[in-house]
Design a protein around this ligand. Structure first.
Ligand code: NAD
Length: 468
C-alpha cells in the first residue's frame, strides 16, 4: 500500500503522521496520506514565498508555456489519476465520472494558460496617461473539497500561477491522494516551490486562513466553513474567493415536452450522485405537466446503473463518506414522514454500504428540510406549482444563490424568468454546465467572487494604477 508525501519545494516528503484514505465503494484502503501540521504548512508557505520573485518575474510567454507543460502532465497521466480518483472519491471511471473529470482538468488548465492580462489604458491625453496593471498577490492558499477534487484543484492552482502567484494547496482529508499525485506531476515541469500541496485535517485549513505568509485564500466548500475562513482571514486582510454551497432550483414551465427534458433534468440533479455544488437540488414543476415530468424522469433514472466505480459498467457511484450519507438519509426520512411521496429510491441497503439509491420525491414544499437545505447527494424533491410568480418566489426563498434553471420551449419567456432568479448562473433547458470562458460564482450565501475566464483570473491579482 502506497504512502503518499506532501509536495514541498518540488518533491514528495514523508511526514511523521499519516491517515488512511478509504474507498467509499467497499471500505478498502486506497493509500496513506501525510498528516501535515503547522510545521509542514510553514515550510510550504516558505517554499512558495521563496519561489515567488523568480516566478512572478518570468515573462508572460514563459509562464504560459510552463502552465501548458503542467496541463500536459495531467493529460499524460490522466488514466492513472482517474483510477486513483475513483478509488478515493467513489465516482465511476465512466459516465460523468473520473475520466470526465480528468479530461475537464486538462482542458481547463490549457485554456487558463492562454488567458491574457494586458495593461489597460484608462486615459491618454494632454492631462496625462493612466494605466491599470494587474500584479500577482504573492502566495495563494487553496483549500479544496472532496466532490470534484482534481478539477477544483486545477480551477484554483492554474489561474493563480498563470497570474504569477505561487500556491499552497490543501485537499480535503477524504480525497487527498489524487491531488497530491497531480501536484507531484506538475512539479516535474514547474520550478520548485511554485505549487506545493499539504494534506491534513480541517485544522490545517484554519491555519492557512490565518497564516501571515498567505496573501489570498481561494476556498471551495460548504457555506459554514466558508464563513469560518472569512472570519479567520480577517486578521491579515486576505483577498478571498469563496465558492460555497448551493441549493439550486429548477423551474419547469407548462409548455415543455416532458420526455425531451428528462435526461437533462436527471443529469442536472444526479451528476456525481448529486455531490456537486451546482446540481439541481429542488425542482418546481407546473401542475399541467407535473405528473408527466415525474413519470419521464423516473423512467430515465431507472436505467442508470450505480455500482463500484472501477467497474466499467457503473455510471453512478456511492456517497463519498458516512457523514454525508447520513445527511441525505435523514433528509429523505424526514421528507417521507412529512408527506413526501417516494417515486423511486429511498431504500438503501443498510449496513456499511455508502450506496444511496437515486431517490425522487414529489408532494414536497418549501419549509421541508429536503427542499430548504442542501442535500448534496442523490435525492431530488419535486414541488408542484400553479402560478409562475409563486414558483419564482419559492425558488428565491433560500439563503443560497449558486445556480438555477428554467425549462421551456419559449426561450424569450425562459430568459425573462431566468433574469428574476437570484443566482450567479442560470441555465435554460439544462443545468450546471460550466465552461472555462464563463465566470462562475455564487450570490447571497453561495460565495464571494468568481472563477473562470478573465474575471476569475483577475481575482488572483491586485490592481496597481500607474499615473504617468
Ligand atoms: P467543507 O467545507 O467541509 O470542506 C472543504 C475544505 O475546507 C476541506 O479541505 C476541509 O478540510 C477544509 N476546512 C474545514 N474546516 C476548515 C476551517 N475551519 N478553515 C479552513 N478550511 C477548513 O466542504 P466539503 O464537505 O468538502 O464540500 C462540500 C461542500 O462544498 C458543499 O456545500 C458544496 O456545495 C460545496 N462546493 C461548492 C462549490 C462551488 O464552486 N461553489 C464546488 C464544490 C463544492
Amino acid at each position: 500500500m502506497k504512502d503518499f508525501g506532501i509536495i514541498l519545494n518540488g518533491s514528495a516528503h514523508s511526514v511523521s503522521g499519516t491517515f488512511d484514505v478509504l474507498n467509499p465503494a467497499d471500505g478498502s484502503l486506497v493509500g496513506r496520506a501525510p498528516g501535515a501540521g503547522v510545521e509542514e504548512l510553514n515550510a510550504a508557505v516558505a517554499a512558495a514565498a521563496q519561489a515567488f520573485p523568480a516566478w512572478s518575474a518570468l515573462s508572460d510567454e514563459d509562464r504560459k508555456a510552463a502552465c501548458h507543460a503542467a496541463a500536459a502532465k495531467i493529460e499524460e497521466h490522466s488514466e492513472e489519476l482517474a483510477e486513483l480518483l475513483t478509488r478515493e472519491q467513489g465516482k465511476p471511471l465512466n459516465g460523468l465520472g473520473s475520466r470526465f473529470e480528468l479530461g475537464g482538468a486538462g482542458a481547463w488548465a490549457h485554456y487558463t494558460a492562454d488567458l491574457e492580462m494586458p495593461v489597460k489604458v484608462l486615459q491618454d491625453n494632454n492631462e496625462g496617461r493612466v494605466e491599470l496593471h494587474r500584479k500577482p498577490i504573492g502566495v495563494v492558499g487553496s483549500i479544496t473539497p472532496w466532490n470534484w477534487p482534481v478539477m477544483i484543484a486545477v480551477w484554483h492552482i492554474l489561474p493563480a500561477i498563470r497570474a504569477g502567484n505561487t500556491v499552497v494547496n490543501k485537499p480535503a482529508p477524504q480525497t487527498p491522494l489524487s491531488t497530491l499525485r497531480m501536484v507531484e506531476l506538475m512539479n516535474e515541469v514547474l520550478p520548485a516551490g511554485v505549487v506545493n500541496c499539504v494534506s491534513g485535517d480541517d485544522a490545517l485549513g484554519k491555519a492557512m486562513s490565518e497564516h501571515e505568509g498567505i496573501g489570498k485564500i481561494i476556498f471551495t466548500g460548504s457555506c459554514a466553513t466558508g464563513k469560518k475562513v472569512m472570519a479567520s482571514a480577517s486578521e491579515t486582510l486576505k483577498r478571498l474567493t469563496l465558492e460555497l454551497g448551493g441549493n439550486d432550483a429548477g423551474i419547469v414551465l407548462p409548455d415543455v415536452d416532458p420526455r425531451q427534458i428528462a435526461e437533462g433534468l436527471f443529469w442536472g440533479a444526479f451528476i456525481n450522485s448529486g455531490q456537486t455544488c451546482a446540481a439541481l437540488k429542488r425542482l418546481y414543476v407546473h401542475e399541467d405537466v407535473h405528473d408527466a415530468v415525474c413519470e419521464e424522469l423516473v423512467a430515465f433514472a431507472r436505467n442508470i446503473p450505480m455500482g463500484n466505480g472501477l467497474d466499467e459498467n457503473s455510471i453512478l457511484g456511492p456517497v463519498q463518506n458516512r457523514e454525508q450519507f447520513q445527511i441525505v438519509a435523514n433528509l429523505v426520512s424526514e421528507a417521507m414522514a412529512g408527506g413526501g411521496t417516494v417515486l423511486m429510491g429511498a431504500d438503501p441497503d443498510g449496513g456499511d454500504s455508502l450506496f444511496y439509491p437515486v431517490t425522487i420525491l414529489s408532494d414536497m414544499k418549501n419549509g421541508d428540510r429536503l427542499v430548504d437545505e442542501e442535500q448534496f447527494g442523490p435525492a431530488l424533491p419535486i414541488v408542484r406549482y400553479s402560478d409562475i410568480d409563486e414558483a419564482i418566489r419559492m425558488a428565491n426563498d433560500n439563503p443560497n444563490g449558486l445556480g438555477g434553471s428554467v425549462w421551456s420551449n419559449d426561450i424569450e419567456r425562459a430568459k425573462e424568468i431566468a433574469g428574476r432568479m437570484e443566482c450567479g448562473s442560470v441555465w435554460i433547458n439544462r443545468h450546471g454546465t460550466i465552461q472555462p470562458n464563463a465566470p462562475f460564482g455564487g450570490v447571497k450565501n453561495s460565495g464571494v467572487g468568481v472563477e473562470f475566464g478573465e474575471e476569475g483570473l483577475f481575482e488572483n491579482t491586485n490592481i496597481q494604477t500607474v499615473f504617468c
